[in-house]
Design a protein around this ligand. Structure first.
Ligand SMILES: *Cc1c(COP(=O)(O)O)cnc(C)c1O
Length: 346
């Protein structure tokens, strides 16, 4: 591609060639609609092998729907969901979790680097037990977080042991879950159901799969009538196979591993190339595919002149996202311009 790489988000990248090839193959056939096709069955089977458990899987068009519908299925309208104050469900979903759950309240917890601490969660759970306050019912964790950090398995367990004591369910926003998994280097089950996660919203879109998010229920009882929720919300794809088919090769052939490595290494390389630059400060540890920088205004001006695009409204800093499609050349070229910008006269 001759375009300049777009560090604004990982969803500026194209779809990976293997997923595109699967879609071309799907496109050769007449197939049953609404998920009754063999590609969708194979994809669901791939998830069960991947997680080594009998999970229930649904495919939706985007992450906001995945999160909102999953949370709605765990809650009654008089419940509440505990989530980090910087989480996507709080800051970037336009109230959809509250809307789809008919008014479930989000309670905002705290913790450094986008991660909830057990103390903060426990304080929210136990703050009130009277009938005048919405009862805490769900803990929602982002893995990796919106600030590009990860919960370790032990950190997840310390939270889920707490929520189990208080009878809360646990939802994981895994819009970038593949990166957390590959970076952590553990089995998929160790980072999810074995650690106490009940429902995972599993992102395909940003990983490189085109357009598809999977909602994975490890506790199948919680998936009851979920398909009705999807349909009512306009998220039941009539040509479901186009959302589901690319997942089977992606999981079975471990394509995610190859592509996550690219994204993770790119972010690490970018961080390394920017260390020790005057006035440029790394805001959070690089534990996934993003790099958050605090930079002097002259660097922003310089980067804008050079045509670089990135967000500044997330995490209170300039965010640079790497993806399966980032090249060492893209990283070097951005790092060169940040360095040049920082060296301009003050
Ligand atoms: C991108 C993202 C989502 C999903 O966003 P959509 O734009 O609705 O697909 C959810 N959670 C996190 C943490 C994200 O980064």
């Amino acid at each position: 591609m001759s375009d300049k790489y777009h560090f604004a988000s990982d969803n500026t990248s194209p779809t990976c060639p293997e997923a595109w090839a699967t879609l071309s193959e799907v496109n050769q056939h007449y197939l049953p609609s609404y998920g009754a096709d063999t590609y969708t069955a194979k994809a669901c089977e791939a998830f069960r092998n991947f997680f080594e458990c009998d999970c229930e899987v649904y495919f939706v068009f985007n992450g906001t729907a995945a999160n909102s519908l999953a949370l709605a299925s765990l809650c009654q309208s008089y419940h509440s969901v505990i989530t980090h104050e910087s989480s996507h469900v709080e800051t970037d979903e336009c109230g959809a979790p509250e809307f789809f759950s008919n008014g479930t309240k989000l309670l905002l917890g705290k913790g450094n680097h986008g991660k909830l601490t057990p103390e903060s969660v426990e304080a929210l759970i136990t703050k009130r037990s009277d009938i005048h306050y919405p009862r805490a019912r769900v803990l929602s964790l982002s893995q990796p977080t919106e600030l590009g950090t990860r919960y370790s398995i032990d950190e997840i367990r310390s939270l889920t042991e707490l929520t189990a004591r208080h009878d809360l369910k646990v939802h994981m926003d895994g819009a970038r879950f593949f990166h957390a998994l590959v970076a952590e280097g553990c089995t998929p089950k160790a980072l999810t159901h074995e650690a106490g996660i009940d429902v995972l919203c599993f992102g395909g879109t940003k990983a490189g799969l085109g357009f598809s998010e999977a909602v994975v229920f490890f506790d199948k009882g919680l998936a009851r009538e979920f398909e009705y929720r999807c349909k009512q919300a306009g998220q039941l794809a009539s040509k479901m196979r186009y959302l589901s088919a690319p997942w089977a090769p992606w999981l079975n052939d471990r394509l995610y591993e190859k592509y996550s490595r690219v994204a993770l290494e790119s972010a690490n390389n970018l961080g390394e190339q920017l260390s020790q630059l005057e006035g440029v400060k790394l805001m959070y540890p690089i534990e996934a595919n993003s790099v958050f920088l605090e930079m002097p205004e002259r660097v922003h001006t310089f980067l804008n002149e050079k045509g670089w695009r990135y967000y500044q409204f997330i995490g209170g800093a300039a965010r640079f996202m790497c993806s399966w499609h980032t090249t060492p050349g893209d990283v070097a070229s951005l790092a060169k311009d940040i360095r040049a910008g920082s060296l301009q006269s003050k």
